[in-house]
Design a protein around this ligand. Structure first.
Ligand SMILES: NC(=O)c1ccc[n+]([C@@H]2O[C@H](COP(=O)([O-])OP(=O)(O)OC[C@H]3O[C@@H](n4cnc5c(N)ncnc54)[C@H](OP(=O)(O)O)[C@@H]3O)[C@@H](O)[C@H]2O)c1
Length: 338
């Protein structure tokens, strides 16, 4: 008999109202995969972009998926079954992962569901010191901060530039994190602190107390003063916001310094950067169980932590997407499916 599960499906692109909580057949782990019973799944910007059919992209790049599809990449849960050719995991293990990203960027990785198939090499044991909600909040944001600041962890072609992204030394350096209250930003702040940097966090005022608690040495409320009028002599700016005005950060960076663009689309400052001796680099985050295991030690012993903006039942994914669209997110929005 076919085993069923609950999942949030998309039958067309559109706003949050196109997310439907439904009964569908439970997936089966194929060779090299693990079936995970999902306890929590977090929301990331690509979920919203895909729900909307990547309308901001030129039509030739927009997806033409086979509906229905299931959004979501980031999960924390429990191993329910193990496919052939998988070693290192047992039924009942608590695990977390970013699932098939960017491979399934345009079709959805299936995380908004009670069960999801995960390639074993993308899984890591969940840090024991944190719960499923926090662990589900980590994968994409943590891997992005890690792959930008610590170790890219792969040599796949970089879709944003002709060369591989390379992290720079952080110890004793002054680092400005733009978008510091968001998913990527709040983890970038903590990782830079862990590595010995002096960290300036840029965010709206509501995040000031939190970012101080997370270790930021200085805070700039961008609603009161723009970072480029306040900061100077920065070694590295990591911009976790994007948009048309990223080049303004070049004026605060030292000659020989770096500008890392987490969302590089629309950056126009390459010539100005070259004339100022500033290197500009970006990268696309990629799934990695190995790196989640490494960075998981920091979560386990409290050196870094995942801040949860809000939680919603899986059945209310549409309300969670409405919250995400309102912006000013502090940490992560998580779908709770205990
Ligand atoms: N390259 C990759 O592989 C990769 C991976 C992950 C994410 N991304 C991209 O990186 C970006 C951030 O992702 P995320 O998950 O961290 O998003 P997020 O959780 O939504 O965080 C965005 C943060 O930016 C802040 N913000 C908005 N406008 C701002 C401004 N003008 N100046 C400073 N801060 C501002 C928001 O709060 P406040 O306005 O209240 O401060 C919010 O906290 C997205 O564009 C995403 O698509 C790229």
């Amino acid at each position: 008999m076919t085993q069923m599960m609950k999942a949030v499906q998309l039958h067309e692109f559109g706003g949050p109202e196109v997310l439907h909580y439904q009964d569908i057949p439970r997936p089966i782990a194929e060779a090299g995969e693990v079936l995970v019973r999902v306890h929590a799944a977090s929301i990331n910007p690509p979920d919203l972009y895909l729900r909307d059919g990547y309308r901001a992209l030129p039509p030739v790049w927009q997806p033409s998926p086979v509906f229905p599809l299931i959004l979501g990449t980031d999960i924390s849960g429990e191993v329910a079954a193990i496919g052939d050719e998988v070693a290192g995991f047992n039924v009942g293990d608590a695990v977390y992962a970013m699932v098939r990203f960017p491979q399934d960027l345009m079709k959805g990785s299936g995380a908004y569901a009670e069960y999801v198939r995960v390639p074993a090499h993308e899984l890591a044991l969940k840090p024991q010191g944190i719960d499923h909600v926090q662990a589900a909040g980590a994968p994409m944001s943590l891997l992005t901060a890690w792959q930008f600041l610590i170790d890219p962890g792969h040599d796949e072609p970089n879709p944003f530039q002709s060369f591989q992204h390379e992290p720079v030394p952080l110890d004793g350096k002054t680092i400005l994190v733009n978008g510091a209250g968001g998913g990527v930003g709040h983890l970038a702040v903590q990782i830079a602190k862990w590595k010995g940097a002096h960290v300036i966090a840029v965010a709206s005022g509501k995040h000031e107390a939190l970012l101080g608690n997370l270790g930021a040495d200085e805070f700039i409320d961008y609603t009161k003063a723009s970072a480029e009028t306040v900061a100077q002599d920065i070694d590295l700016v990591i911009d976790a916001v994007g948009g048309r005005h990223m080049a303004r950060f070049l004026s605060v960076i030292k000659r020989g310094g770096s500008l890392f663009l987490v969302n590089p689309l629309g950056f126009t400052g390459h010539t100005a950067a070259a004339s100022r001796g500033i290197s500009v680099s970006s990268a696309q985050v990629r799934s990695s169980g190995r790196q989640l295991a490494q960075a998981g030690h920091l979560l386990d012993n409290g050196i870094i932590r995942v801040v949860v903006d809000s939680t919603y039942p899986l059945a209310d994914a549409s309300a969670a997407h409405q919250r995400a669209s309102r912006g000013s997110i502090q940490g992560k929005i998580v779908l709770n499916n205990l």
